[in-house]
Write a protein that binds this ligand. Structure first.
Ligand SMILES: Nc1nc2c(c(=O)[nH]1)N[C@H]1C(S)=C(S)[C@@H](COP(=O)(O)OP(=O)(O)OC[C@H]3O[C@@H](n4cnc5c(=O)[nH]c(N)nc54)[C@H](O)[C@@H]3O)O[C@H]1N2
Ligand SMILES: Nc1nc2c(c(=O)[nH]1)N[C@H]1C(S)=C(S)[C@@H](COP(=O)(O)OP(=O)(O)OC[C@H]3O[C@@H](n4cnc5c(=O)[nH]c(N)nc54)[C@H](O)[C@@H]3O)O[C@H]1N2
Ligand code: SF4
Ligand SMILES: [Mo]
Length: 670
């Protein structure tokens, strides 16, 4: 690798997808800075981004393939890549002989690295024909489907435009923690006189910056949105001509709001005072352009879909869509507009099995355990830390016990890797080529290989190439993965004439000079017909009765486990620069709960439910609602042990629906 400055992209599952300039000397990454040519991030990174040199050269990084016998024993032995490939290929081929297909082989991959070339994992499995394929998205699917239901596609306005709004209403997002670059546009809007309203059960760092903060009971945004609609309709303050021209279902919606919604009820269900509901309605009524931001937080409970629909309806009836700088924010799925050659790689046909067997990512262990003929026997885990991030960890334990071979590809020996037979060391993004689009802004950026791999680490694409070659060596024709294609061939194939036109590119080389943006006419995106909130779902209101104060079971707390500033889920925990000792197993409780249960600040306490128990340190948070408990994800004893999932068809995982009890910790109690 030559000395110099390279262009990289932060590949984390994060709104920024920041452009990075990497300074390399003697094959070593010396420092990173933000890429000033990236129009959204404008030369800045977050603290995690600036810590990348420590992330790359961390002594805890995996250096070579390792085999653990028996699984879970901690008895790891270094092996060569060739031995690792042979163990894996032998198992895949043996399972194929045993069952007559590759359906016993499956993978679980999520969001460790969102680069387009990381679809190599999907491509590798496709290349062996029908197998067991995970589908869905445990993070965002509920919201995506709900936005789609309102206006037919999953558009989210360009984030830079937020700077020109006069009212910004954030429902269940915490950008000061999760989307730090967006704060710049938010502050700019505020400097220009915009008002910021934040609706969240927790008084977050974003709420601290708001002109109006509305504390809401988890899962009740639907009610609040209906309450606002009630006031707007009662006062006759809605965009009638826009509604008549561009919506379906107005009469039913209006009738529903007029007859079914009572403000006192809204206040009782949501916990928001009447005055706050009025202030929110006043703001929507008097201030334009207004932007409405449905955060991912509101769709992590079973009412999420209804809530997003109801919130979108407010943006619609106030006439804030299709006007300059008015808009709607959630996230977009523009990556799906790319050809995604690796993801869509077509594998060889099987004589009798025509498609892969699908398994829902939000209910993986239970669905996998139910598989028969053949059962799932081999699991490949990549870009995923199941044990800290998924729900139903008991189900996972049962599933792991049934599997004959578990392979985890990761940069670190994660809690999931510790439960595997084999771990393979993955490269960081500085050690591989890639291409990135964001799910928030509209910039396309390159990721150049800047340094040689750390010890024996390899990219997921390189592993796919080499493992499939081994399969073919042992069983000719087993895989049709195009081994010969280099990373740059894959990248260039993604840049079709259509993509090049959209991003104003003349060649791949343009990206080496800086990220390119897709021109979006957001007003044009909203020249469509909107469905006002579907009333078939008004059954949801009955369901929400469970939030009625009189139905709230005493001593039962909603467990909220949102994202942390200095981590991306379970990542970055081991970096001294970002050390977060303080937050490890810190459990926030309300003053009232602390008093009732006699739990003193910074003493040990226990959080428990039917799935398990966690001991942590109590932190009394006087601004927390009485019946909410807050804990961070991951850490030394992951809170996801207590995450119970209420399953529904085709939607993301409802991480924020879990409930717990709490008590003071007395040593020795089990
Ligand atoms: N630093 C950092 N940044 C990240 C991540 C990270 O781990 N760390 N993760 C990235 C990923 S993958 C994602 S999905 C995004 C998520 O980013 P956000 O969209 O900000 O979503 P969350 O952090 O899940 O939740 C946001 C807020 O929703 C609130 N909330 C919970 N339930 C409700 C409710 O019923 N109603 C309302 N109104 N609010 C509610 C929570 O209290 C929380 O403050 O962040 C991304 N950015
Ligand atoms: N309790 C609770 N749980 C949650 C959430 C919550 O709000 N509360 N949020 C959920 C959300 S929004 C999300 S998106 C998920 C995230 O779930 P995951 O995607 O499982 O989260 P990460 O902790 O980021 O784990 C990714 C793993 O990929 C590894 N990795 C990084 N780069 C690479 C690479 O290039 N190749 C390979 N093979 N591995 C790599 C990392 O080291 C890490 O171990 O968590 C969910 N879990
Ligand atoms: S974690 Fe997010 S904000 Fe930080 S550098 Fe990466 S993409 Fe940017
Ligand atoms: Mo996520």
């Amino acid at each position: 690798m030559k000395d110099g400055i390279y262009r990289n992209t932060c590949p984390r599952n994060c709104f920024g997808s920041c452009g990075i300039l990497s300074y390399v000397k003697n094959g070593r990454l010396m420092k990173v800075t933000g890429d000033p040519k990236h129009g959204f991030t404008q030369g800045k990174l977050c603290a995690k981004g600036y810590a990348y040199t420590q992330f790359v050269y961390n002594p805890k990084r995996l250096k070579y393939p390792m085999l653990q016998t028996p699984r879970g024993s901690g008895n790891w032995k270094r092996i060569s890549w060739d031995e690792a490939y042979s163990i894996i290929a032998d198992k895949i081929i043996e399972l194929n002989h045993r069952y007559g297909s590759n359906l016993a082989c499956g993978y679980n991959k999520f969001s460790g690295n969102l680069g387009i070339l990381h679809y190599a994992v999907e491509g590798m499995f496709n290349s062996i024909g029908p197998h067991t394929k995970p589908v869905g998205n445990p993070c965002a699917l509920t919201g995506k489907l709900a936005v789609n239901q309102s206006f037919g596609h999953s558009f989210s306005s360009p984030p830079e435009e937020m700077a020109h709004a006069k009212l910004i209403v954030i429902w269940g997002a915490n950008p000061a923690v999760t989307n730090v670059h967006q704060m710049k546009y938010l502050y700019e809007a505020k400097r220009n006189g915009a008002k910021l309203i934040v609706i969240d059960p927790i008084f977050t760092r974003t709420a601290e910056k708001a002109d109006l903060y509305i504390q809401i009971k988890p899962g009740t945004d639907l009610w609040l949105a209906y309450g606002v609609a009630k006031l707007l309709i009662k006062r006759g303050n809605y965009a009638e001509s826009f509604i008549r021209k561009q919506t379906f279902g107005w009469e039913e919606y209006k009738h529903f709001i007029e007859t079914k919604i009572e403000l006192e009820d809204v206040s009782k269900r949501t916990g928001a005072p009447l005055e706050a509901i009025e202030l929110l309605a006043d703001a929507y009524e008097t201030t334009k352009p207004a932007v409405t931001w449905s955060g991912l937080g509101i769709q992590r409970n079973k009412h999420g879909s209804g809530s997003i629909g109801a919130i979108t309806s407010i943006a619609i009836i106030t006439g804030n869509l299709g006007i300059p700088s008015g808009g709607l924010y959630f996230m977009h799925f523009d990556v799906e507009h790319f050809p995604l050659h690796l993801y869509n790689h077509k594998g060889p046909a099987h004589p009798s099995i025509h498609t892969s067997r699908e398994i829902d990512m939000s209910n993986y262990p239970k669905s996998a355990l139910a598989l028969k003929d053949p059962p799932l026997k081999f699991l490949w885990i990549a870009s995923r830390n199941i044990i800290t991030q998924d729900q139903d960890l008991k189900g996972w334990k049962q599933l792991f016990d049934r599997l004959e071979l578990i392979v985890t590809v990761d940069l670190y020996l994660t809690k999931t890797a510790e439960e595997s037979d084999l771990v393979l060391p993955a490269a960081t993004h500085f050690e591989e080529d890639d291409l990135h689009v964001s799910y928030w802004h509209y910039w396309l950026s390159i990721n150049q290989k800047a340094i040689p791999p750390y010890w024996e680490a390899k990219s997921d694409l390189q592993i796919a190439r080499e493992l499939t070659r081994k399969l073919n060596e042992l069983s000719p024709g087993f895989s049709n993965f195009p081994y010969e294609k280099e990373p740059l061939d894959w990248i260039k194939a993604e840049l079709t004439p259509d993509i090049m036109r959209q991003y104003s590119l003349t060649s791949y080389e343009d990206l080496l000079a800086g990220p390119h943006v897709k021109e979006i006419d957001s007003a044009q995106q909203f020249q469509t017909k909107f469905w006002l909130n579907p009333f078939e779902e008004s059954g949801g209101l009955t369901e929400l009765e469970e939030y009625a104060p009189e139905k709230q079971q005493p001593g039962v707390y909603t467990l909220l486990t949102p994202q942390s500033l200095l981590k991306i889920h379970s990542q970055y925990e081991m970096l001294p620069w970002l050390n977060q000792e303080e937050s490890d197993n810190m459990i926030e409780i309300s003053t009232k709960a602390a008093e009732e249960l006699e739990i003193a600040n910074y003493t040990k306490m226990e959080v428990f439910n039917e799935t398990g128990s966690i001991v942590g340190t109590a932190k009394i948070n006087p601004s927390l609602p009485n019946n909410v408990v807050v804990a961070a994800q991951a850490g030394s004893n992951p809170i996801n042990k207590l995450i119970t999932h209420c399953h529904s068809q085709e939607s993301s995982t409802f991480f924020y629906d879990s409930t717990v009890k709490i008590r003071k910790w007395r040593d020795g109690r089990v």
